[in-house]
Write a protein that binds this ligand. Structure first.
Ligand code: XMP
Length: 506
């Protein structure tokens, strides 16, 4: 495996994804909490950082030990750090080196630049520059403005590059990473979905033996793929629970339950809509709504879990981005939304936890799901928030509002599917606004509710842009909603990006 030491760069996860795309397993670790370096480690990549190596509080590691033992590739901050620690000089650059730059000079005698042509485009993003290098360094690539775009420490396997090979703007970045991983570190590219499935199922079998596991299915990709893997390992000793909180999309509970049953999963559907809606009655504050839903979910799940005898484990669909230990460069970030409920510990939470996907990124989970033969309709589903339609009905929630929103949302999503737009947007949904407005229907004035349509393109939900749906499609959806959903006389489209808006309205 490859170890990526994180100095807090926004691109660190992207480096890891590129390495994985080259079928090499890698792990991200914070610079200040080094993992055990055993003989499975083939090389180390040092990430970029929001810090400058010239700052007193810049992140530090035991670099000497590292580079005596492993091939090392320093990226941006990582490269500057290596240069400075070896006796070179790093200065603030006179011009901010940001954006595209071409490698005008490349020394092809170094395996790092195999199959990379002079002129290759790279992506720079740094305010510091390596002004001088020690005797035992050699420059192996330059751009017009950055002389030390890449260096090599002679007679070692230590390299530094000033640009970011992980971003797609660096057109040969992937080739460069492959050169480092394969030619320099000697990694074999055998980390594939098939290999992952085979080794994960084998280790789950060994770890779980004949123990029983319970797992909450949400209808989403992660919990579904986790369930199928566990099912392959332990068969019907996996007991799945799928809760209808009354806030799912129209028909979703039945459809998803049906597809789970077709997959052969041992799944129990629990209808608890009334319990959830009862607890939500009158609540207007989004955080109170989330807390109430979290609380009821735990109660309902705990009840269902108690019906399975002798359970030892709780299965979860946790994925790698949730467990990467992040370094808080700027202090703990403020809680923007309480995505998780806290409270007393119910029995199922005292079980041992098994998380078969906790080394995978989202796109890898989808690839594993595909290799497992899972239905594309399930794997390609948009993300859907745990509290469901509760946070898409602004203000208080009533069964009538839920029914109206389900109808409008179903018309919207069906139209996205039939027009081919569903797979082009990252997430979409309808929102029930807490306003009424005047309209005319026939000779009569109406005073009814407004539905807002939201669709965004995004990679990970952290940033998003509103999707430019065609006017004709919006017109068709708006007509269908207003003509078919009683209680709605106006439809609007949300054209805000994130930031500063969020994807959800609550
Ligand atoms: P925002 O609205 O913060 O949403 O831009 C980003 C992503 O998170 C989802 N989301 C939630 N998911 N519980 C969840 O499980 C929540 O309370 C919650 N709030 C937002 C949202 O749907 C989007 O995918």
């Amino acid at each position: 495996k490859i170890i990526i030491l994180d100095f807090g760069s926004q691109y660190t996860q992207l480096i890891a994804r590129r390495v994985r795309e080259l079928n090499v397993y890698c792990e991200i670790h914070p610079f200040n909490n080094l993992p055990e370096f055993d003989n499975t480690v083939k090389g180390v990549i040092l990430s970029g950082s929001p810090y400058s190596v010239r700052q007193d509080d810049a992140p530090q590691i035991d670099f000497k030990k590292l580079h005596e033992s492993y091939p090392v590739l320093g990226v941006c901050y990582g490269a500057q750090y290596i240069a400075q620690k070896s006796g070179g000089e790093v200065k603030a650059s006179s011009t901010r080196e940001y954006g595209r730059a071409n490698l005008e000079f490349i020394d092809h005698s170094h395996p790092l630049f195999k199959n990379i042509n002079p002129g290759s485009q790279t992506w720079m993003s740094h305010a510091d520059t390596i002004a001088s290098i020690p005797e035992n360094f050699e420059i192996i690539a330059s751009t017009d403005s950055v002389k030390v775009a890449a260096f090599h420490i002679k007679n070692t396997k230590v390299y530094g590059i000033q640009f970011h090979p992980e971003v797609t703007h660096s057109t040969d970045g992937k080739q460069l990473l492959e050169n480092f991983l394969v030619d320099i570190c000697g990694c074999s590219q055998d980390w594939t979905p098939d290999a992952f499935i085979e080794s994960t199922v084998a280790s789950l079998k060994e770890r779980l033996g004949h123990d029983k596991v319970i797992l909450g299915l949400s209808g989403g990709v992660d919990s579904s793929v986790a369930a199928v893997l566990l099912h392959q390992a332990i068969g019907s000793n996996l007991h799945c629970i799928f809760v209808d909180n009354g806030l799912l999309r129209k028909g979703e509970f039945e459809q998803v339950l049906d597809s789970y049953q077709h997959m052969g999963l041992n799944v129990r559907g629990v209808r608890a809509g009334d319990r959830f809606l009862g607890q939500l009655a009158g609540l207007k504050d989004p955080e109170l709504k989330r807390k109430a839903i979290g609380r009821v979910f735990i109660e309902v799940f705990d009840d269902a879990a108690h019906e399975v005898q002798d359970v030892k484990w709780l299965g979860q669909g946790t994925i790698y981005p949730d467990v990467i230990e992040s370094i808080s460069v700027k202090g703990p970030s403020a809680t923007i939304k309480s995505h998780h409920n806290v409270g007393g510990l119910p029995d199922f939470m005292k079980l041992k936890v098994v998380e078969p996907l906790n080394t995978l990124f989202k796109d890898e989970v989808r690839r594993v799901g595909k290799t497992l033969g899972m239905d594309q309709a399930l794997l390609g589903r948009h993300p859907f928030p745990g509290p469901g339609l509760a946070i898409r009905i602004l203000d208080d929630i009533t069964p009538e509002k839920v029914a109206i929103l389900q109808e409008a949302d179903a018309i919207y999503i069906n139209n996205l599917k039939t027009s081919g737009w569903y797979d082009k947007v990252w997430q979409a949904g309808a929102i029930f606004l807490p306003v009424q407005s005047v309209g005319v229907m026939g000779d009569e004035r109406t005073y009814e509710h407004v539905i807002c349509l939201r669709a965004v393109s995004s990679v990970d939900g952290m940033t998003a842009d509103w999707s430019h749906l065609p006017y004709e499609l919006l017109a068709k959806i708006s007509n269908e909603i207003i003509n078919n959903v009683k209680g709605i006389n106006r439809v609007v489209y949300d054209i805000s990006s994130k930031p500063p808006a969020t994807i959800e309205w609550e």
